[in-house]
Design a protein around this ligand. Structure first.
Ligand SMILES: Nc1ncnc2c1ncn2[C@@H]1O[C@H](COP(=O)(O)OP(=O)(O)O)[C@@H](O)[C@H]1O
Ligand SMILES: [Mg+2]
Length: 282
């Protein structure tokens, strides 16, 4: 047989296998269910139309409200066993959706069900206190994520070893470089044995060696956790680590399916530009 055909056949077989696995997961229990979720940010700011008005009103500007619809009627299910990649341009609503699924931000409308204990790595090291040492922060973080004191202490050494930041583990975190900071943040998130792990752009930080180590750790976690969410600009990471994907654009869910298909539709969209793109091609 022509080697070209052989490669194509292998690709099609792999695709069929993925589709079967997807159908099997979909028939099982759900880890996260997002139903018709919309999220609008409302920010108020002082409207100061002219310098003269500002003076006249003595600085008491009019309050104006700006609304940003960051997520628009998004619906999808994440069955147990799913590793969901979330892709989309800057400002597409990826981080907003993740914050809502993590329970940090309530949706403006719609409903989110989460079955399991969530560990998030949404913004690197949010919740770390710069005055405390890495080790102290790890212990606090673990307790905050619902583990017992003993479980946390057992894990603190694993966390330190994986982060590989040496004696900095016992120095105040304000003295850390951004690389050390992100290594420790990643290490904490993956060592708390979460049922559901959410990672937002965390792989973009750190050097190549750590990135490889982090990728390996995430594939290992995929086997033990109920579900994993990965927001990444690195489409190769999504392809490698995810068995399901969604694509958001200006808050809307454009596509949900096999990562290969979603990534190629997204790439096509980015190449030709929004205007030329025929949504019926999807
Ligand atoms: N805290 C906030 N207050 C107001 N607007 C916000 C806030 N966070 C994000 N946005 C806006 O919501 C939209 C989606 O942002 P975001 O979820 O961060 O997108 P992404 O992670 O895909 O880049 C953008 O228009 C962004 O400017
Ligand atoms: Mg973001």
């Amino acid at each position: 047989m022509d080697p070209m055909d052989e490669a194509e056949l292998a690709r099609q077989a792999a695709r069929a296998q993925r589709a079967a696995a997807r159908a099997e997961r979909a028939a099982g229990p759900v880890a996260v269910r997002v139903q018709n979720v919309s999220i609008t940010y409302r920010t108020t700011f002082e409207r100061v139309p002219t310098f003269k008005n500002a003076i006249v009103r003595f600085g008491r500007g009019q309050k104006a409200v700006k609304e940003i619809e960051a997520v628009k009627s998004v619906t999808f299910d994440v069955p147990v066993g799913t590793s969901l990649g979330i892709i989309g341009a800057n400002g597409a609503g990826k981080s907003t959706l993740m914050r809502a699924m993590a329970g940090i931000l309530p949706p403006t409308s719609g409903r989110i069900e989460v079955h399991g204990r969530v560990s998030t790595l949404l913004a690197l090291g949010v919740g770390f206190n710069g005055q405390l040492s890495g080790r102290e922060n790890v212990i606090l973080g673990g307790l905050a994520s619902g583990l017992s004191r003993r479980e946390v202490e057992e894990r603190a050494d694993e966390v330190a070893e994986f982060a590989d930041i040496g004696e900095f583990m016992d120095a105040p975190m304000r003295t850390y470089s951004s690389g050390m900071f992100s290594r420790l943040a990643f290490s904490v998130a993956v060592h708390m044995k979460p049922d559901i792990l959410m990672i937002d752009e965390a792989l973009s930080a750190g050097d190549a060696v750590f990135k490889r180590k982090a990728t390996a750790k995430m594939s290992e976690l995929m086997k033990s956790s109920r579900a994993m969410f990965l927001v990444s600009h690195a489409l190769a990471s999504v392809r490698e680590l995810c068995n399901d994907a969604i694509w958001l654009h200006q808050g809307k869910l454009m596509m949900h399916g096999d990562p290969e298909d979603v990534i190629s539709a997204y790439n096509r969209f980015m190449e030709v530009g929004e205007d030329a793109f025929n949504l019926e091609d999807l």
